[in-house]
Write a protein of this length. Structure first.
Ligand code: ADP
Ligand code: SF4
Ligand code: MG
Lengths: 336, 305
């Protein structure tokens, strides 16, 4: 693990042991994240994005368990941590903001009390100092009249403002890592950009890293340094944002790219949604999980899971098509 | 806020007016009258009694006279309890019922909230199942069965508890237990489901992600939300229980308003029926306002309108 590395996940496997059987929500996810880096995790709903990220905070719900792999975060062996250790880490070293700001704040407590609770948990500040810091935080996330806001309740705020409060709360103790789980999905399009911009701006101020989870590739193109594409509990392709957008090497990534609405282009280009439905994680197939929906599917895809192939440093993908290409290129090279 | 007060007072007056009219009409429609008795009474005597209590006048006039006096705080004379005014009877029996009600509801609230929370936290385990069986029983068994059972077991057979009246604190145990049986069961179930609901909410996940411990998560973040439906139930419950339980007061021979109310109806004690009904109506209206204000205190989203 290099000095600049904040998070190193190796072959993480998380399953939910439901009455119907073992749901393999995350099956063999590996990636690293550097200080100050923004990693996007993209994929359709149900692909295991949230579960893989919640694991870092010990937030997976009850029938869920880590069944394999290691998670190294900021010097902690997260996969071995106890609830008590997690409590100390949550909020202070890693914070999270959720999709729905309307329901993520407690309706019966004031904004101020919810903000200050975070400070009370993880700092030695006294009451006055906590209040001052809360006001400062609200100002930081762009709210006017912060003194007045402290005494207000969540229902008096719009969705965008609540998400700002969530951000203020998440960043209160200047964590090393912010997990943003679809932070803009529930917001108006105009507000979405503002919230993303705010997060990137604040990230620079306190030099934290961000894991930005979304099902919409379009949302993350401007803010992410790297992107991991998840499908059926696996990362099928990972690379720099440019790699993913301009040189996608997995059929699923290509499909996702085709389904982005292109706002800036004139004319009404049709979106191409990916046909079919995601696989059943109760009984994942032996081969490539995307095979039933892939129009380039080959025989081997159905039988065997493809290994990762490195396309360029930091850009890798698990697709037989890619292996075939490389094989053909190599053969072509031999003939010459 | 001022608008709220005006509106409430307006509604209260309207409610009381309507209830007085309806009660007066129904009361005079029921066959029988206050002066019927086993012994033959001469028509002259009956007539004299009617004149004494103003019952010889036409009905509208009777109503108006009653309401006039009522507004001045004079509830009239009881026909059946010679020499006692309705004011006297109500204000001596109501505190008895109210005290019993207060204790029972408080007990039900404490027990119900605790047991409901415990059940929710142990969902699906044996504690949960046990509590649910008990609370189902509590809802299914009527209060006269509970009261009689307690009376026979602890009073008559075991001689552990006194059975008559409310002289010492010990006397309160059985009536309070009988009165709080059903509400405890009801609150337990209500609390269990609202607690489970609260624990599933996103804000609980947020609290957890902040690093709060389980205790704070439950008793601060979840409880404060889960208690709201319970308060919705307890407000009217308290009002209703304060009007006195005829069954429990009868079984334990308690001089409360509930027993008095039924007695005055069966005795066709017209002034008492009117007074008690209107008194209870005022009480309920008042309690509703108290409940409204309590909501506002626990749930900031509520606006008093
Ligand atoms: N509490 C749970 N019980 C059972 N299965 C779950 C639970 N939470 C998540 N899963 C499973 O894990 C998979 C991944 O979920 P999630 O990470 O929330 O997807 P995403 O965030 O990508 O939409 C889902 O397909 C779902 O079946
Ligand atoms: S491995 Fe095969 S089925 Fe899977 S995405 Fe690549 S080509 Fe399609
Ligand atoms: Mg999700």
């Amino acid at each position: 693990m290099s000095a600049n590395c904040l998070l190193d996940i190796e072959n993480l496997q998380v399953s939910f042991f439901t009455p119907a059987g073992e749901v393999k929500a995350v099956s063999g996810v590996s990636y690293t994240l550097n200080h100050g880096e923004v990693l996007g995790i993209v994929g359709e709903s149900g692909s295991g994005k949230s579960v893989s990220a919640y694991t870092l905070m010990g937030l997976i719900a009850n029938p869920g368990k880590i069944v394999g792999g290691t998670v190294d975060f900021n010097g902690h062996q997260v996969h071995k941590m106890t609830e008590k250790e997690f409590r100390k880490m949550r909020g202070s070293e890693v914070s999270i903001i959720f999709q729905d700001p309307m329901t993520s704040l407690n309706p019966v407590f004031t904004i101020g009390s919810q903000l200050m609770e975070m400070l009370r948990l993880h700092t030695n500040k006294n009451k006055e100092e906590r209040k001052a810091r809360a006001i400062e935080l609200l100002r930081l996330v762009g709210m006017n009249e912060p003194e007045k806001r402290l005494k207000q309740y969540p229902h008096e705020f719009s969705g965008g403002m609540r998400q700002r409060v969530m951000i203020a709360m998440a960043l209160a103790c200047e964590p090393k890592l912010l997990i943003a789980d679809e932070p803009t999905t529930a917001l108006d399009v105009t507000i979405q950009a503002q919230i993303l911009e705010l997060m990137v701006e604040l990230k620079k101020k306190i030099n934290m890293s961000i894991i930005m989870i979304t099902h919409d590739l379009g949302v993350v193109s401007d803010v992410c340094d790297r992107i991991a594409v998840m499908y059926a509990g696996k990362i099928v392709e990972i690379g720099s944002t440019d790699d993913i957008f301009y040189n996608p090497k997995h059929c699923y990534t290509e499909g996702l790219l085709r389904s982005i609405p292109k706002l800036h282009e004139k004319g009404h280009e049709r979106l191409v949604p990916i046909e079919g439905v995601p696989v059943d994680l109760l009984s994942p197939p032996a081969g490539c999980p995307f095979a039933p929906r892939c129009d380039k599917c080959m025989k081997i895809c159905l039988r065997q899971m493809p290994e990762y192939t490195e396309i360029s440093p930091g850009h890798k993908s698990a697709c037989w098509q890619l292996q075939k290409e490389q094989f053909e290129n190599a053969e072509g090279g031999n003939k010459e | 806020m001022i608008k709220y007060v005006i509106k409430r007072v307006g509604y209260a007056l309207l409610t009381i007016f309507l209830i007085s009219i309806i009660t007066f009409t129904l009361m005079n429609m029921i066959p029988g009258g206050p002066f019927l008795s086993e012994k033959a009474v001469s028509p002259e005597t009956t007539q004299a009694l009617k004149v004494k209590y103003g019952l010889d006048k036409p009905l509208p006039e009777q109503y108006i006279t009653f309401m006039k006096n009522f507004i001045h705080g004079d509830l009239g004379l009881s026909i059946k309890q010679k020499g006692r005014t309705a004011n006297d009877i109500i204000f001596s029996t109501f505190p008895v019922s109210a005290r019993l009600a207060g204790m029972s509801v408080l007990l039900a609230l404490v027990l119900g909230v605790t047991m409901g929370s415990v059940a929710a936290l142990n969902r699906g385990k044996w504690v949960d199942s046990l509590l649910m069986v008990i609370s189902t029983l509590g809802i299914a068994v009527p209060s006269f069965v509970v009261a009689s059972f307690l009376l026979i077991t602890f009073g008559v057979n075991l001689h552990l508890l006194p059975t008559l009246g409310l002289k010492t604190p010990l006397h309160y145990i059985m009536p309070v237990a009988a009165l709080s049986f059903y509400p405890t069961a009801y609150i337990t179930r209500l609390m269990r489901s609202s607690m489970l609901d609260a624990l599933n909410q996103d804000y609980i996940r947020t609290a957890k992600a902040k690093g709060v411990n389980k205790f704070v998560m439950l008793f601060k973040h979840a409880m404060r939300n889960a208690i709201i439906p319970v308060i919705t139930y307890v407000g009217p419950l308290l009002a209703y229980t304060m009007t006195g339980s005829f069954v429990v007061e009868k079984i334990f021979t308690i001089p409360g308003l509930g027993r008095e109310f039924i007695n005055c109806i069966t005795g066709r004690d017209y002034p008492m029926v009117m007074s008690t009904t209107i008194f209870l109506a005022v009480l309920l209206v008042f309690m509703n306002v108290v409940v409204d204000i309590c909501y506002k205190l626990v749930d900031p989203r509520i606006k008093l309108k």
